[in-house]
Design a protein around this ligand. Structure first.
Ligand code: NAD
Length: 445
């Protein structure tokens, strides 16, 4: 029997915990996750019932509700991050993401390790003065008032964060070219949002500061909103592997250089990284649009859109790194209001938003490695399309009893022609049905 743990797996024998996981039936997966302590009896009943959610709850989240849109929820396996093994939930519709991440995490586990860190603590709110009358006077006033404004914001708005060790930390002024020869003034308010993503909190702080800024400076504030380009708090993940085929390492390094230097490739590289990140954000009720915006903006921070991952050889080792802001929460938003998100967070047994962010960075980096390994060896089609065959079969309209035959034929076509499409599936199904309706041949005997 698998060893007992609560949420995180003791790293002594993590391989045993997920051994053969993908081959188990759903009921067996429930049993395994229950043994691991990742799911409770109630969680399993909830999942078994199809994760029913009340429309009344949806009415609380959004407007004009007509129902729910469901995504498959799976578990990515084999991840050991900073020596800790995790059960990581992913809500995603795309075939092969979970399989590729789990397979590559196993490869990483066998050849190396994943380490992570979060650098910086503060998120950013912006107060714009579009047509600044006197920039240098404003600069003097901001300098004079900054610490008082920090104190007032913490006293009147961010006291909940202060209580938890966070809150507003600093205020500074930037100038931004208007594009018409003039300047606009932008005040940056930086705050530690602790375990929340902090968007609503920082927006409220900025709105609170607006009249104070206007009164002291005589300027007119145009708007206040957080920035999703949080270069003041970035998450890093690092994969180090040894004992790999030198030729493969070189190919991965070359593929990485391609994504660093060419924005056309960088976009697809980063999409692949986000294949590993977005599903965790969705499963945990986090704002994936915010993270996407932040990551893409960070990827273009030197003026050219680049990959957010790098792979290089370091002597005998292959070293991969990820660096970008992943600003998320384990409280706030719908993270603890949406029952599935709440269950997903509990499954990972994480203690902080930073820990969740480090998990996302690790899965994103490993997902990227899996894609680069496939792209530089067998190509992406083989693995991806093999799994996608199921979708093509359903897309062609195959009934339950027709599925095995159609899948088998499509696999043969894929092996033979190295490509496959919905039209193949439609054709195979048409042939199958034609053969079934053809009158039986008269017996020759
Ligand atoms: P929130 O408004 O729910 O605030 C978080 C709350 O959690 C606060 O009241 C805080 O006091 C409390 N809290 C409890 N324990 C805490 C802890 N340990 N650490 C920190 N706070 C704790 O959520 P938020 O994080 O301010 O904002 C997130 C939401 O804002 C998301 O739903 C997002 O979609 C939305 N949003 C995003 C953007 C953007 O990204 N551009 C803009 C506007 C709104």
């Amino acid at each position: 029997m698998a060893q007992k743990f609560t949420g995180k797996i003791t790293p002594s024998k993590p391989a045993d915990m997920f051994a053969g996981f993908s081959k188990l039936s759903r009921e067996e997966r429930f049993d395994r996750l229950r043994e691991m302590g990742a799911l409770s009896k109630d969680d399993i009943s909830f999942l078994r019932a199809g994760s029913p959610l009340s429309v009344e709850l949806a009415e609380k989240f959004i407007e004009n509700v007509i129902g729910y849109f469901q995504l498959p929820l799976g578990v990515v396996t084999n991840f050991i991050i900073d020596g800790q093994s995790y059960v990581i939930p992913m809500a995603v519709e795309e075939t092969s993401i979970i399989a590729a991440a789990s397979k590559t995490a196993k490869w990483v586990r066998e050849h190396g390790r994943i380490t992570t860190e979060v650098v910086g603590r503060e998120i950013i709110g912006q107060i714009q003065i579009a047509k600044v009358k006197d920039f240098s006077k404003l600069q003097t006033k901001v300098r004079e008032q900054a610490s008082a404004w920090v104190e007032l914001s913490n006293r009147d708005v961010a006291h909940g964060l202060v209580k938890r060790g966070g809150g507003v930390k600093s205020i500074r002024l930037r100038s931004v070219e208007r594009g018409d020869g003039g300047l606009m003034a932008v005040i940056h308010v930086q705050a530690d949002a602790c375990d929340a993503m902090g968007a609503n909190i920082i927006n409220q702080v900025c709105e609170y500061l607006k009249p104070l800024v206007e009164e002291v400076s005589g300027e007119k504030v145009t708007m206040c909103i957080l920035s999703n380009l949080v270069d003041t708090k970035v998450t890093r993940a690092r994969v180090e592997m040894s004992g790999l085929d030198p030729e493969l390492m070189e190919k991965i390094e070359e593929a990485s250089l391609f994504a660093l230097q060419d924005p056309y490739r960088a976009a697809t590289n980063n999409k692949g990284v986000l294949n590993g990140i977005d599903p965790i954000l969705i499963a945990t009720g986090n704002d994936w649009r915010a993270v996407e915006a932040g990551i893409h903006a960070y990827a273009a921070r030197d003026g050219q859109y680049r990959s957010i991952t790098r792979w290089k050889r370091d002597g005998e080792k292959l070293v991969g790194t990820f660096e970008a802001p992943i600003i998320l929460g384990i409280v706030g938003g719908v993270t603890t209001l949406h029952p599935t998100a709440k269950m997903s967070l509990k499954m990972m047994n994480i203690q902080s938003a930073d820990e969740l962010s480090r998990i996302c960075a690790s899965v994103g980096l490993v997902q990227n490695l899996g894609a680069l390994r496939a792209l530089t060896t067998v190509g992406i089609i083989e693995g991806h399309m093999k799994l996608h065959i199921k979708n093509l079969t359903l897309g062609a309209g195959a009934q339950e009893k027709e599925i095995p035959y159609v899948q088998k034929r499509l696999e043969e076509i894929l092996t033979l022609h190295k490509r496959i499409s919905l039209s193949h599936a439609v054709e195979v199904l048409r042939e199958l049905r034609a053969n079934q309706t053809r009158p039986p041949q008269e017996s020759q005997t």
